[in-house]
Design a protein around this ligand. Structure first.
Ligand code: UGA
Length: 432
């Protein structure tokens, strides 16, 4: 089957590469010619584990272009462009509709358009109607096929997906989608495959992401309470996780969730619930809890230094919203940097991968270090924002050795409180 994938961000590019790897002829199209130029040379424009390897493995089946005429003879066009949040929290569908308009302009035969971008419930129906109104000569049907990959493990999450969800309204579209994904439902991948109507498929995506965000906010609140009542969140989550109904995943307390998905998808679902007069107050609280949690280290630092952070040498270790990515979207590090700048602290930052991206934003407002040792030298306080392995494995003795005052605020519980105490470090972490 001839597949076109619109958008070469995380979702589109990974989808294109995996579909090519399992044997489809895939064309990836994007408006960004810099990205396409890199991809044509076999270079990934994003930092993602295994992506370079799979780009190479799939190279005979995949092409990259900025030319929209590629839509003309596709059997399936997958839309994986961004749906950023609007100021009111709703999802902005402009990029999705831009692709739809290109399909309308160039398509020459019946095709299935697959919406992989995360879109509000009812969008797939609206898009199919939009096509029907603009192209009466051909039949363009729409399938909802939400994406569940996580950054950092995206290739694995697509090949060995937890599930493939397909929402459609007619048998022919279901049959096309079954054919597309057939290799992934067999050995060695054995991905569970579920069919449903389009609105349910759209809702699976939001309900899943928001549930995970709720789980994180819940455990963060429990952690905050643990530190008030002398319990340890490590032991508490361990104890909880033996109950199979609860499980151990997404129960890691910290300084809140970031990234391009949970913050946006919680706001979008909350917005949707409000306009449908059925407000999801749990999701509303989750958004608020996360906002507060992101500043928990900053507030503790402020309290410890009597609100006087002017000239204080603060080091931030870890900048990306989570390890194994250079993505800074909604990263807790950024709000903390902004607050510290407001208080005129002197800030040095370090991240294995995301340093250059932070430099592009803050330019000479920050100091940039190339090693952890250099980053913490003469520092009065270290704030840990991302649990990179390198930070988790950093020898605590060095905080004592290099810092002016060994004050470590750990937002990702990277170190053992007992060891930190033994080494004479003033250590604050989440819920312990
Ligand atoms: C998330 C979902 O996990 C994917 O299933 C989904 O497909 C994706 O969004 C999406 O909608 O595209 P991602 O944003 O890549 O994936 O990252 P996660 O690993 O889910 O982490 C999100 C945030 O939650 C990070 O800031 C992470 O540090 C935080 N987190 C995660 C915690 O604070 N505690 C945890 O226990 C787990």
């Amino acid at each position: 089957m001839k597949v076109v994938v619109a958008g070469t961000g995380y979702v589109g590019l990974i989808t294109g590469v995996v579909l090519a790897y399992i044997g489809n002829k895939v064309t990836c199209v994007d408006v960004d010619d810099k990205k396409i130029d890199l991809l044509k040379k076999g270079i990934s424009p994003i930092y993602e584990q295994d992506l370079d390897k799979y780009l190479q493995l799939a190279k005979d089946n995949i092409t990259f272009t900025t030319d929209n005429s590629c839509y003309k003879d596709s059997d399936i066009t997958i839309i994986g462009v961004g749906t950023p949040e609007r100021p009111d929290g709703s999802a902005n569908l402009d990029y999705v509709y831009e692709v739809c308009n290109d399909i309308i302009k160039y398509a020459t035969k019946d095709l299935v358009v697959v919406i992989k971008s995360t879109v509000p419930i009812g969008t797939n129906d609206e898009i199919e109607e939009y096509f029907a109104n603009k192209r009466k000569d051909i039949k363009i049907t729409v399938a909802s096929n939400p994406e569940f990959l996580s950054q950092g493990t995206a290739i694995h999450d697509t090949l060995y997906a937890s599930r493939i969800i397909v929402g459609a309204l007619d048998e022919k579209t279901f049959a096309t989608m079954r054919k597309l994904y057939a290799p992934l439902t067999k050995e060695p991948y054995n991905v569970p495959y579920l069919e449903m109507n389009r609105r349910s498929a759209e809702m699976v995506k939001y309900a899943s992401n928001d549930f995970l965000a709720l789980k994180i906010s819940y455990i963060n609140e429990i952690a905050n309470l643990c530190s008030k009542v002398g319990a340890s969140i490590d032991d508490v989550t361990k104890g909880m996780s033996y109950d199979k109904r609860i499980g151990s995943l997404f129960l890691k307390a910290g300084i809140g969730y970031g990234g391009s998905c949970f913050p946006k998808d919680t706001k979008a679902l909350h917005w949707l619930s409000k306009i449908n007069d059925c407000e999801l107050t749990l999701v509303k609280d989750c958004i608020e809890i996360n906002k507060k949690q992101k500043l928990i280290l900053f507030n503790k630092l402020k309290e410890d230094f009597n609100n006087c952070l002017k000239g204080l040498k603060v080091t931030i270790l870890g900048l990306s919203f989570k390890p194994m990515t250079d993505d800074l979207r909604e990263a807790p590090s950024l709000v903390n940097i902004d607050m510290l700048l407001d208080y005129n602290a002197s800030i040095t930052v370090y991240d294995k991968i995301a340093l250059e991206k932070v430099k592009e934003i803050y330019k000479d407002k920050l100091n940039y270090a190339l090693t952890i040792d250099d980053a913490i030298k003469d520092s009065d306080a270290v704030l840990i924002m991302t649990e990179w392995e390198e930070i988790k494995n950093y020898d605590p003795i060095n905080y004592k050795k290099y810092m002016a005052k060994p004050n470590v605020y750990d937002g990702r519980n990277c170190h053992d409180p007992k060891i930190m105490k033994e080494k004479g470090i003033n250590y604050y972490s989440i819920g312990r």
